[in-house]
Design a protein around this ligand. Structure first.
Ligand code: NDP
Length: 327
């Protein structure tokens, strides 16, 4: 038995509770990990509240990421004592996840914990921060450089947005942060934003083309915000789209693409191949400012995770939340 969050669905309804879990709940996997830290990501909020059908099997341990130590391995790639982390692969959705003291997963899903990070720091970054890095890498692959112009980051106070700002600032970019929480503008500036704009400027239906305001975008909210972000991207600029906090629609036109030659990059962290993950984590080890990471991170215990997951979906959580699964 071990402690964890368990989501069940039956005649009594859908619910998440913190409880003792029998190991028989865990699915097949050739590596067993003693989880030390997990996190709360947007998808964990959806899973624990049941607001979207991300959980595909019941009972389910939520938690799309974790960091810890291998207890037992049936694969030569890992041995007991190895420090590992995991992001995505359907963990916390179809395969029991990280919001528990023990996880059993497939060996090929694991990444070695970079030596530069403690397990807690790796989870302060978590899937949100690793996704932010994938977005930065997409803009770089496009050829953007700090001297080309400003980068817009939407959902700036969220997990992906906060880490994206910290990363871009360290790399020397000028950042325009879009947020619904203008009271937190000073915090966003401390993370590295040069300018903070109210998200209402981008949230409603706009023109097919607007004034060219930025050369690159990291968008975590989708919908009209993404459409307006594209419409205001400079000639030959690039937009990395990873989220849907405003909505999954994309009410745009082809105009920014055919008249300004902009490119839209889709970012998926869940099924990204191992080589991409390893590259992203190596870059994070180099490019994240650990003082800023600490400033955007809040720590909670396992039992608090259910309530905080609901707050996260209400947009009340700032930055990242790490979960001590042993508390
Ligand atoms: P958070 O909840 O931490 O942040 C989301 C932020 O979006 C909020 O803090 C808020 O920022 C903004 N927001 C919320 N509601 C709205 C709204 N109605 N309109 C406009 N902005 C809104 O989530 P994460 O940062 O963890 O994730 C962000 C998005 O990225 C999610 O949609 C998530 O599913 C997605 N994601 C995708 C991944 C992938 O692989 N593609 C991986 C990880 C996340 P503010 O208060 O500053 O306005």
């Amino acid at each position: 038995m071990f402690k964890g969050i368990l989501i069940t669905k039956d005649d009594a309804g859908y619910r998440a509770s913190c409880q003792e879990i029998d190991e028989s709940v865990l699915q097949e996997g050739d590596v067993t990990v003693r989880v030390e830290w997990s996190t709360l990501n947007y998808k964990d909020g959806l899973a624990m509240t049941g607001k979207a059908p991300v959980v595909r099997r019941f009972p389910m341990v939520p938690g799309i990421d974790f960091a810890g130590t291998v207890i037992e391995s049936g694969n030569p790639r890992w041995k007991a004592g190895d420090r590992v982390l995991l992001n995505g692969w359907g963990v916390g959705e179809t395969h029991c996840g990280g919001l528990a003291q023990v996880a059993r997963v497939k060996s090929e899903w694991l990444v070695a914990l970079p030596e530069d990070f403690t397990a807690r720091q790796a989870m302060a970054i978590g899937t949100a921060g690793y996704t932010a890095m994938l977005c930065v890498m997409a803009l770089e692959k496009h050829g953007l450089k700090p001297t080309d112009g400003a980068i817009l980051v939407t959902g700036a106070n969220g997990g992906v947005g906060s880490v994206a700002i910290a990363l871009l600032a360290k790399l020397g970019y000028s950042i325009i942060a879009s947020t619904g929480r203008m009271d937190d503008a000073e915090h966003l500036k401390a993370l590295g934003a040069a300018e903070v704009i109210d998200r209402n400027e981008l949230a409603s239906p706009g023109k097919p083309l607007g004034r060219e305001r930025w050369v690159g975008v990291i968008d975590t909210v989708g919908s009209h915000t993404l459409a307006n972000a594209c419409a205001m991207t400079r000639y030959n600029g690039a937009v990395a789209a990873c989220g849907l906090a405003q909505g999954m629609d994309f009410p745009s036109t082809v105009m920014p693409f055919i008249l300004r030659g902009i490119s839209l990059y889709g970012i998926d962290s869940v099924m990204a191949p191992l080589s991409v993950r390893e590259a992203a984590w190596q870059r994070l080890a180099r490019d994240i400012d650990l003082t800023k990471l600490a400033a955007l991170t809040r720590e909670i215990g396992l039992a608090e995770a259910i309530a905080v997951a609901a707050e996260l979906l209400e947009g009340k959580v700032r930055g990242r939340v790490v979960v001590d699964v042993n508390r």
